[in-house]
Design a protein around this ligand. Structure first.
Ligand SMILES: [Zn+2]
Length: 271
């Protein structure tokens, strides 16, 4: 599933090719992804210029002259920049063709993605308004986490995976960040001290930044018709390593389910 680093890499990959481009045509080849695709957009989008592209959580916002396209890659979505008229393949559901002859093509085999449009402030949209801070901004810090966790009984892993706490910390990154910060994932969020939250916020920022840098090498693929852009794997320290020796202490990595999600940790390094 595309996580925040993949979406950020996608943003950086498409941004130079769509910014300041005028939409010539919008083509939908399916009736719905996660939600129905609004056929009126095929009349409404042509003629509009995209003047800015941003990411909020895992949403891409394409700011157009009259409104904003809100795009989500869902479970399996990806975007490519290709010459307009490139033969479509199965699962190529959306094309935005620009007047410069290029095309932004959205592919989504499992159809959990989203392509919607709003003509009001996108940050007030129901999908976006209740999201927590971005992890790579100053608004996200150990002090912020500590205050937000006061009195909370859920586990710290579930707490940091809650999009209202902070956006973009998926299952893999939560396990990896807790390992780096040496905090057991099943600790009650409200019982973790300020210094440990400072370590945790630092670990989250480091791990996401490293993943984004790893993705930087794939940015050119956005420009290739046959490229498979955006997905990359980092060196994982605990995730998926159940029973294997901890990279620090050699004791076996444990796994357990927390909130239906597999969780990996080292019981001797993480307390
Ligand atoms: Zn260990």
């Amino acid at each position: 599933m595309p996580e925040l680093p993949e979406v950020e890499t996608t943003l950086r990959g498409i941004s130079p090719h769509v910014t300041d481009r005028t939409i010539l045509e919008c083509i939908f080849r399916t009736a719905k992804l996660r939600w129905p695709l609004d056929p009126a957009l095929c009349h409404h989008l042509p003629g509009q210029k995209i003047y800015k592209v941003e990411r909020r959580a895992k949403y891409l916002l394409l700011f157009c002259t009259q409104g904003t396209i809100i795009l989500h890659l869902g479970m399996s979505g990806s975007l490519r920049i290709i010459p307009a008229g490139t033969t479509e393949r199965k699962h190529d559901h959306v094309d935005l063709i620009f007047t410069d002859g290029q095309c932004l093509r959205m592919t989504d085999p499992r159809k959990f993605g989203a392509f919607i449009y709003t003509d009001t402030d996108p940050f007030t949209h129901k999908l976006l308004y209740s999201l927590g801070p971005e992890p790579l901004t100053d608004a996200f810090s150990g002090d912020y986490l500590y205050v937000a966790a006061k009195g909370r009984k859920l586990t710290i892993k579930q707490f940091i995976m809650d999009q209202k706490t902070v956006v973009g910390v998926g299952n893999i990154y939560a396990s990896e960040a807790l390992f780096r910060a040496k905090i057991r994932p099943d600790r009650a969020a409200g019982k973790v001290g300020l210094n440990r939250y400072r370590n945790l916020s630092r670990a989250i920022k480091e791990i996401l930044t490293e993943a984004i840098s790893a993705g930087g090498t794939t940015i050119n693929d956005f420009n290739q018709a046959d490229g498979k852009p955006g997905y990359f794997t980092q060196q994982l320290q605990v995730y998926g390593r159940s029973g294997k020796p901890c990279v620090i202490c050699d004791q076996p990595v444990h796994s357990q389910h927390l909130g239906q999600r597999s969780t990996f940790f080292c019981p001797s390094c993480q307390r």
